[in-house]
Design a protein around this ligand. Sequence first.
Ligand SMILES: Nc1nc2c(ncn2[C@@H]2O[C@H](COP(=O)(O)OP(=O)(O)OP(=O)(O)O)[C@@H](O)[C@H]2O)c(=O)[nH]1
Length: 345
Amino acid sequence: MSNLAKIPCSIVTGFLGAGKTTLLRHVLETAGKRRVAILINEFGDVGIDRDILEGCGIENCSEDSIVELSNGCICCTVADDFVPALEGLLAMAEPPEHIVIETSGLALPKPLVQAFNWPAIASRVTVDGVIAVVDGPAVAAGRFADDTEALAAQRSEDSSIDHENPLEEVYEDQLLCADLIVLNKTDLMDGEARAKVAREIKETVPREVKIVETEGARIDAGVLLGLGAAAEADLAARPSHHDAEGEHDHDDFESFVLDLPQVSQADEMIARIAAVTGDHDILRVKGFLDIAGKPMRLLVQGVGARIQQQFDRPWRADEARQGRLVVIGQKGLDQDAIARSIAGE
Ligand SMILES: Nc1nc2c(ncn2[C@@H]2O[C@H](COP(=O)(O)OP(=O)(O)OP(=O)(O)O)[C@@H](O)[C@H]2O)c(=O)[nH]1
């Protein structure tokens, strides 16, 4: 079957907090009448991303067309979760015209692209393109660079360590698989930082890949959908740090969920979340706060120590008003201390 008859799927990759969900929102807003389905994979136990998208009020963003895969990282659960979920979408009475897959920030895109060659789906779908969203200011600040001193110390203790920083491996694997790179958060970068990050990306990626600079991940569906890459047929051009070992494991990272009590106002708790994020090297927090007397829930999101907040939708009558926060970091987070600090104890 030719690619024309296959349903195109875009894979959106990018490290934790780079702007993938923000990009998805914009794509849905600009997709016009095109039937776009979304498959979301999150690292962490609570489906915050799905919840954010459902709270967005965009017309062509129906509940049926958003599927969430939250038990594990999509790149390691391809057979159990991803393929059946995709088959579910293809079996809908009105199948989508385009499918956009948001991978977790810790997922490697290549195993997912490989899965498109599985017999169960190979004749029906194709990877239209892999889009890597990059947190520009985080890269400029050296967030993904090897800590050379720490590496040297580790090596002197254990000669088997060849690479390094798990953040850097994940970040680079995402770039190496991409057909289009979205250099996001340019509002937080000056011209010099933008040029530096773009140069670094070009040095990392051996083939010619277009880099688009964005603020608020604003790139229209017309640009993003329809790249026609057929990436599953082009795997050799997408090297990965994990080619040799096959699977990668997520033991380097962990996440946990905190239930939070109602607060009379948000500022103090948000200040505590910001402080604890810095103190404990937390990579990502996201969730909702229950503010006394407010009909809306407060969406709180942090990447590094930068926390954003906004009331996103009213609490529904059929749900408990329960504040909740997902915390993600490298292995070894002191969960008790973090919980106590956020609670203000
Ligand atoms: N200043 C600034 N903030 C941005 C921009 N794009 C996204 N953000 C914010 O960055 C945070 C993370 O954005 P998301 O779209 O949730 O990122 P993500 O990649 O989906 O995050 P994970 O799913 O946790 O990996 C949110 O608070 C966004 O509002 C941007 O261009 N500039």
